[in-house]
Design a protein around this ligand. Structure first.
Ligand SMILES: [Zn+2]
Length: 148
């Protein structure tokens, strides 16, 4: 995936997410080429399907398509564990019922790595460190302020 293509997909995701009605023919038109359309719609359906499943079990369901595309760009559309194989699935780091389908719980992965007992997750830890701390970390901030 080229950087310009990534940028384009991200832009498209923002545009589409602002539209109330998602019309496939419009998405296809905006995607420009059939190749970009297929990549876009595959990830669009993936996020949508995962969000529906998370909502169904009343787990956190906050992952957006722009967020997912950014995660994919971060890992260069490869498995987040081996950084080698093209990714095959959206993997939940903490099982969905507890971790939810969110930006800090979903990474691209390949089947091979998911079969391993303890795949190397160095890159995932690095990725998680780039995310802004979540609101529930407020408590810690308050504690620090009180003690200082
Ligand atoms: Zn892998």
């Amino acid at each position: 995936m080229l950087a310009e293509q990534e940028q384009f997909l991200l832009h498209l995701a923002h545009v589409i997410s602002q539209q109330e009605r998602k019309v496939v023919s419009k998405i296809r038109e905006r995607a420009g080429t059939e190749e970009m359309y297929l990549i876009f719609i595959r990830e669009y359906d993936r996020v949508r399907g995962q969000i529906i499943r998370a909502r169904y079990i009343r787990a956190e369901a906050t992952l957006t398509l722009p967020e997912w595309l950014s995660i994919l760009a971060y890992f260069q559309w490869r498995c987040a564990y081996c950084q080698n194989k093209p990714f095959q699935v959206m993997h939940h780091l903490i099982p969905r019922p507890q971790g939810g389908t969110s930006v800090d719980n979903c990474v691209p992965a390949c089947y091979r790595c998911l079969k391993l007992k303890a795949p190397d997750d160095t890159c995932i830890q690095e990725y998680l460190a780039t995310l802004k701390p979540r609101s529930h970390s407020c408590e810690h901030t308050l504690l620090h302020e009180e003690t200082s």
